[in-house]
Write a protein that binds this ligand. Sequence first.
Ligand SMILES: [Zn+2]
Length: 317
Amino acid sequence: MVTVGIDLGGTNVYAVVVDGDQPLGRAKLRTPATGDRSGVMDVMDAAVRDALADAGAGIDDVEGVGVGSPGVVMAGTVGGASNVPGFLERFSLGDLFKQKVGHTVRVANDVTCAAAAEHRLGAGRGTDDLLAVHVGTGVGGGIILGGRPFEGGAGGAGEFGHVVVRQGGAVCPCGRRGCVEAYAGRRAMALAAERSKAAGTPTILFDVMEEMGKTTPTSRVFREAFDRGDPLVADLLDDAIEALGAGVASAVNLLDVDVVVLGGGLADQFGERFRMQVDAAMRPHLFLQPPRVRVVAAELGDEGGAIGAALLAAEPA
Ligand SMILES: [Zn+2]
């Protein structure tokens, strides 16, 4: 018997078929950019079937399905995700998708799933207290305490991106000010770059974007512009690292986790240098001395969320 995990993102739907701890098959489809949630369910269903085919398994071999979803997840319901059509208003994702796939569906926050996977199979092996930080379009977090995902009373724990690092600071995509995501989320960084360019600051970021055939500055575009010595991108990256350092230190001061797993598109693109810089930016703010915490790179890459969702589906309800 196998379990299937889905990582539902704003850009892609990943599905992974897992037997125990072993991934057997995978599939990746585009998330619909428009439409309603039933269109999203159709793509998730297709991803499950493609991943099963890749694993040489059928729907009858499945003992459970897990979904890692953006937004705030509470008892199988999801709401507050603005990057997937129909996911802003709260609804029962678990029930709706169960009707589609015919199996019990467990739902958790996407970064919580990634944290669970890194804990069990990735960079967080050997510790039971960790924070996963996902630096991509936005900034997400997932918490494992005592070896278990910690989701909070209403499922809203782990919103690392909205830890405030500068009171009255830059406007965050959430509408508040001074959050980590306002400095370190790729969407917020792209907006800041647009504003600076309009105000006359020289930058090649948007030329690189066009050259690479993109309509928004992706993490790869940021990396390329940085490699070519763009000073604006270097400044934005410095701000992002400072914000992440302060935010991670605040989280560590609160939770005393052993390991912080850094992942996501921006972290992956900038690699080891970025990890070391976030680690260095964190240290001056740490309260517990000598510090025990380590900042490590995620090991499971794009697949972590889906693998974590599959592991969740295998757990007793
Ligand atoms: Zn925010």
